[in-house]
Write a protein that binds this ligand. Sequence first.
Ligand code: IPE
Ligand code: IPE
Ligand code: MG
Length: 234
Amino acid sequence: MKSDLQHIALIMDGNGRWARKRGLTRIKGHTAAEKSIHDAVEVCDELGIKYLTLYAFSTENWSRPKAEVSFIMKLISRFIKTNINDMDKKNVKLRVTGRLNDLPEGPRRELQQAMERTSSNTGVNMILALSYGGRAEIRDAFVRIAENVKSGLLNPEDISEVMISDFMYNSDVPDPDVIIRTSGEQRLSNFLLWQSAYTEFVFTPVLWPDFHAEQLKQALSEFKSRKRRFGGLK
Ligand code: IPE
Ligand code: IPE
Ligand code: MG
C-alpha cells in the first residue's frame, strides 16, 4: 500500500548503548546499524516515500573521542563502497546534507562519486545528514542571504520564509512529515530545526540497531493516527 507521506527523517540513536548491553565496544554498535538503514530504504521504496533523511553524524559528534570519530568516518566509506552497486540497482538517489567539506578525503570522495553515479535515479532520495547541524545550516543560510543583501541583489524587505527555505542545504526537499528518534531520547539534538516547524515527532525506546522494517512501520502507523492542524481548525 502506497503512503501519502513525502519525507521521513530518522534520528538513528542508540548504537553505543546497543553494543554496551551486549558487552561489546561502542563501535560495534555503529557497525550493527547497517541493517536498519537498509530496512528504512526498503520501507520507503515499498511505500513510495520519496525522501528519507538519516541523521548519521552531527556537528556536535566531532567532540567524541578521536578513535570513535575516525571509526565512523571509515564506516561511511565502507558503507558506500559495499552498497553503491545495490543502491544504484534499486534506483536510489544518494544525497547528503551538512558540511560535507568537514569530512576526511576518503569518505568525501566516496560520497561524491556515489552522488554523481546515482544523480539521475528516480527512486528513494536517501539523504545522509553528515556533519549536519540545524544551527550551522541556518547560519550558512544567513551568510548567503547577507552576501546577497550586501551586493544589492536582495532587499531586506523582500526576505520571506519561502526564500529562507530556498537558502537551506537541500531546498528542493519538502519539510519532513515525521521525525522518528530511536533509543528513548526525546530531543532534536540540532536536527532540521528550520524544517521541523510542523513536523510530527515519534519517539521509540528501541535502539537503532534493533529498529527494523516492522518497527519503522509501527512508528509510521503512530504518525498516521495524528491529527495535523497546522494552526487551523480542521
Ligand atoms: C548514534 O548512536 C550514532 C551517532 C551519533 C553517530 P550513538 O553513538 O549516539 O549511541 P548512544 O546514544 O551513545 O547509545
Ligand atoms: C544525535 O544523536 C545525532 C545522531 C543520531 C547522528 P546524539 O547521540 O549525538 O545526541 P545527544 O548527544 O544524545 O543529544
Ligand atoms: Mg546517542
